[in-house]
Design a protein around this ligand. Structure first.
Ligand SMILES: O=P(O)(O)OC[C@H](O)CO
Length: 414
C-alpha cells in the first residue's frame, strides 16, 4: 500500500470529520492509505510544513488556510498544482464543477487552479436561543444590523450575561468580510486579485466607525474580546457568550457539543450604508500538494481528491460541518434533499457567499497575509484595551500592513 501523509488543522468535531474521510477513502480501495495528522492551528501547521519542506520531509498533502494562499502560490518549487496531480493520476478533473466563489480564490492569474478546495467557509452570526429567551428577546429573530446587535447585547447584559457578544478572527470577520458586506474594499486592486501592488484600505470613515462602535461596546461590557484566531469559538459553544460572529463551520462543533438552542443569522450591517449588505468573503482552507513525491503517491492523491469531490461525499461534508458546499453538485444535492429547510440557518453561508457574487466576493488574497493579520490583531488589541483610538489603530495597521505588502511585492517582482 502507498501511504499518503496529510497534515491538517482540524480539531474537535472537525478532526473527527477529517479522520472519517480518510477512513472511508481507505476502506473504499486497496492501493492507498491516507494518514491524517493534526498539526495544531492553521498558523502552526503552515510553519511546521515550511520547516519540514526545507528539511526534505514535507507531507504529501497540506491543509493551508486562505490566509496562506498567496504565499503558497508564490512558492512555485514547493508545490504541485492540483490540475497536474489530477492529470498525472488519470482522474477526470473539471474546475468548472466547483462553486465559482470557491474555485476562483484558488485559481492563479493564469487560470490554473493550484490547490484543492476542501473546506471553505464564511463568517456568520451565531446566537444562543435559550439566552435570547431568558433576556426577553425573540429567539427566532436574530439582530440583522449593528444597532440591533448593540441593543440585543444590552438586554442580554441586563439579564445577567457576562459575555453578550464576541467574535473570532477579528480581521476576517470585522474587516475583511465587513468590507465586502458593505461593498467596500479591504485592500486596493480588488482585494489583491488585481496585482501585488495592493495596499490596505481599512482606515476609511466606515471602518473607523465600526471599530469605534465595537470599542464602545467593549467599554460597556457588551462586546468581550476573547483572543486571536478562533479562540472565541469555544466561548460560544460552552454557552459563556450568547452571540458570536465566527466561521460557518462552527456549526459542526455546536451541533455536536452545544447544550442550547442554536440559531444562525446573517452578518450584521449598518443600514444607512448604500449597497449593504452585499456578500461575505471566503475563509477556511484548501489542500496543497507538495512537490518531489513519487508518481505512485501523486496517483493516490488524485484518487483521494476525486473521492472528496464526489457529490454525495462533498454534500455530506457540507451538511456535517457547516463548511460551504465546494462543488455545484454538492450544493444541488443538499438543496434538493430539503436539508436547508429542515435545518434553518444552514443556508446563511450559502446565501451570503454563493448565491450572489460580485467583483468583491472573490475574497481577499494578499502576500504576507499571515503577518498582516498579526499586525491587525495587535493594533485592534490596542483599541480593546483602551490604549489607542480606532483611527490611530487602523492608520497604524494600514502603515505597518503595507510595509509587509511592499516587501512581498519586492520579493516576487520577477
Ligand atoms: O474556521 P475556518 O476553517 O472556517 O477558518 C476561518 C478563517 O478563514 C481562517 O483564516
Amino acid at each position: 500500500q502507498t501511504e499518503i501523509q496529510w497534515w491538517h488543522s482540524m480539531g474537535g468535531a472537525l478532526g473527527e470529520w477529517v479522520n472519517d474521510l480518510a477512513k472511508e477513502f481507505n476502506a473504499s480501495q486497496k492501493d492507498y492509505r491516507v494518514v491524517p495528522t493534526f498539526k495544531g492551528s492553521y498558523d502552526e501547521s503552515m510553519t511546521a510544513a515550511i520547516a519540514a519542506f526545507r528539511a526534505g520531509n514535507a507531507p504529501h498533502i497540506l491543509q493551508v488556510f486562505e490566509v496562506g494562499t498567496a504565499t503558497m502560490m508564490a512558492s512555485k518549487g514547493a508545490i504541485k498544482p492540483v490540475a497536474e496531480v489530477m492529470k498525472q493520476a488519470g482522474v477526470p478533473f473539471d474546475p468548472g464543477a466547483y462553486v465559482p466563489a470557491v474555485a476562483g480564490y484558488y485559481t492563479a492569474p493564469n487560470g490554473q487552479m493550484l490547490s484543492f478546495p476542501f473546506n471553505s467557509s464564511t463568517p456568520v452570526f451565531h446566537y444562543n436561543k435559550d439566552a435570547f429567551k431568558a433576556a426577553g428577546l425573540d429567539p427566532e429573530k436574530p439582530p440583522t444590523t449593528w444597532p440591533e446587535v448593540a441593543s440585543a447585547a444590552a438586554k442580554l447584559k441586563a439579564a445577567g450575561h457576562k459575555c453578550p457578544f464576541t467574535t473570532s478572527w477579528i480581521s476576517w470577520t470585522q474587516l475583511e468580510s465587513f468590507s465586502a458586506w458593505h461593498n467596500v474594499l479591504f485592500s486596493t486592486l480588488n482585494n489583491g486579485f488585481g496585482g501585488l501592488g495592493t495596499r490596505l484600505a481599512i482606515n476609511t470613515p466606515l471602518h473607523v466607525r465600526h471599530i469605534e462602535n465595537l470599542a464602545n461596546m467593549a467599554k460597556q461590557g457588551l462586546f468581550v474580546y476573547k483572543g486571536r484566531g478562533n479562540a472565541a469559538d469555544a466561548t460560544f459553544v460552552s454557552g459563556e457568550c450568547a452571540m458570536a460572529i465566527g466561521s460557518s463551520a462552527l456549526y459542526g462543533n455546536v451541533t455536536r457539543n452545544g447544550k442550547f438552542g442554536y440559531g444562525i443569522g446573517t452578518l450584521p450591517y449598518y443600514p444607512d450604508v448604500p449597497g449593504a449588505p452585499q456578500n461575505t468573503v471566503i475563509g477556511g482552507a484548501s489542500l496543497w500538494v507538495m512537490s518531489g513525491k513519487k508518481p505512485e503517491e501523486y496517483k493516490g492523491i488524485g484518487q483521494f481528491f476525486a473521492y472528496l469531490s464526489k457529490p454525495e461525499v462533498a454534500a455530506a461534508s457540507h451538511q456535517r460541518t457547516g463548511y460551504l458546499p465546494v462543488t455545484k453538485a454538492a450544493f444541488e444535492l443538499t438543496d434538493k434533499s430539503g436539508f436547508y429547510k429542515k435545518n434553518p440557518g444552514t443556508d446563511v453561508s450559502v446565501t451570503q457567499m454563493i448565491r450572489k457574487t460580485t467583483e468583491k466576493s472573490r475574497g481577499v488574497r494578499l502576500g504576507n497575509f499571515v503577518q498582516v493579520r498579526t499586525i491587525i490583531d495587535e493594533e485592534m488589541e490596542g483599541v480593546w484595551s483602551g490604549k489607542k483610538t480606532a483611527k490611530e489603530a487602523l492608520d497604524a495597521a494600514v502603515k505597518r500592513g503595507n510595509e509587509q505588502l511592499e516587501r512581498f511585492q519586492k520579493a516576487n517582482r520577477s
